[in-house]
Design a protein around this ligand. Structure first.
Ligand code: PLP
Length: 393
């Protein structure tokens, strides 16, 4: 079946799962095996040397995991894909495999907390410098690239204020500087945005979030240019940050409903963002689909939907935040995002807890900012829940 030309809803279900499975199984079998046995030494050697397809040892490749890699490859329109035990494993293996001492990275201030730590703490230890620019300052990013760099690392929309980067424009600038472009597509998902089609060379995902979609599995994925994916895969074979077959199975199961879930979350988040904008207890709402959002023009061009994430500032102080979040009934007060269940948390006590108030303010994160990851619940019920929590403040 030519799945490359099918729509995302069809790819979510079928990609990677068109070839017959063992014994006619209609669902991908979970190969809970460490190793693969060969009676014939010649055959074993051929597989080990890559002269014929097959598997040797599950740290390297595994049939269940391979099905998941094929699904994300097709959904992102990539040449090749590989997988990792977590999103941070995908990001750190990619950066450490592709960068060498003396190299320079250009990225943004607002990247995911763990990624930011790599740029500020761990890459400098191996002599890799990171120039981190103000996130939406495209001129500053282009100037930093023109000064020389080997890798440009993008993330859009950003966490938690949903800033938008112009992937096409920044990828073109990166390529003029001879750099490769890596884009974290976790927030958008391949349903809403395909960075490779906009010029990125590699896409990383924390599949822990929307792709898995049920807060029951951790997984990282990487796809894009074949030569680059191969290099990172060879490194991951050695670092051992491999995905387990059970985790691959749960991610695959979640991904079958990816398009359904994200379509619902796109709609609900926009409706909730508009509703919050009209409430007197709310000072500001951040969502790329809102009229007046700084990046709305770019988002309209490069995204098919604005995603299920939003954040908003409450009027008042930390006590208002405590009361409001405490009063919500249809939300887990927890880290993470992208699940079928709504999740809520203030960045000041979750993703950005290690920063000072001043550092957060510099990123536009006020003390009363609340991040809200919209689940697939009925949107009227979610709005009613938010309404009673605002009254409780
Ligand atoms: C959660 C997240 C990560 C890290 O993924 P893990 O699976 O938690 O390791 C990276 N990038 C973004 C944007 C994330 O939200």
């Amino acid at each position: 079946m030519d799945l490359e030309n099918k729509k995302a809803g069809t790819q979510s279900v079928w990609a990677g799962e068109t070839a017959p499975f063992a014994d006619g199984s209609a669902v991908v079998p979970v190969y809970n095996t460490v190793t693969f046995a060969y009676d014939d030494l010649g055959e074993w050697t051929d597989v080990a040397l890559g002269r014929r397809p097959g598997h040797i040892y599950s740290r390297n490749t595994n049939p269940t995991v391979a099905v998941l890699e094929e699904k994300i490859r097709i959904l992102e329109g990539a040449e090749a894909a590989t997988s990792f035990s977590t999103g941070m494993a995908a990001i750190s293996n990619t950066l450490f495999a592709l960068l060498s001492p003396g190299d320079r990275v250009v990225s943004i201030n607002d990247s995911y907390g763990g990624t930011s730590r790599l740029f500020l703490e761990y890459l400098p230890r191996i002599g890799v410098d990171a120039a981190l620019c103000n996130t939406t300052d495209h001129e500053a990013l282009e100037a930093a690239m023109a000064a020389g760099c080997q890798l440009v690392y993008l993330e859009t929309p950003t966490n938690p204020t949903l800033k938008i980067l112009d992937i096409e424009r920044l990828a073109a600038a990166a390529h003029r500087a001879g750099a490769i472009v890596v884009c974290d597509n976790t927030f958008a998902t391949p349903i809403n945005q395909n960075p490779l089609a906009l010029g990125a060379d590699l896409v990383v995902h924390s599949a822990t979030k929307y792709l898995g979609g049920h807060s029951d599995v951790m997984c990282g994925l990487l796809c894009g240019r074949r030569d680059l994916v191969e290099t990172v895969f060879r490194f991951r074979e050695i670092t051992g940050a491999s995905l387990h077959a059970d985790a691959a199975y749960r991610t695959l199961r979640g991904m079958k409903t990816l398009e359904l879930r994200v379509a619902r979350q796109n709609e609900s988040a926009l409706e909730i963002a508009r509703w919050l904008g009209g409430q007197s207890g709310v000072a500001r709402v951040f969502h790329p689909g809102l009229e007046g959002h700084e990046g709305q023009g770019i988002a309209r061009r490069q995204m098919r939907g604005f995603g299920g994430m939003l954040s908003f500032e409450l009027k008042g102080d930390m006590e208002a935040v405590r009361r409001f979040t405490g009063a919500l009934k249809l939300a887990h007060r927890a880290a993470s995002l992208g699940s079928v269940g709504t999740l809520v948390g203030p960045p000041s006590v979750t993703s950005h807890v290690e920063m000072t108030r001043e550092q957060r303010a510099a990123l536009g994160i006020s003390e009363t900012l609340i991040r809200y990851s919209v689940g697939i619940e009925n949107v009227e019920d979610l709005i009613a829940d938010l309404k009673q929590a605002l009254v409780a403040v």
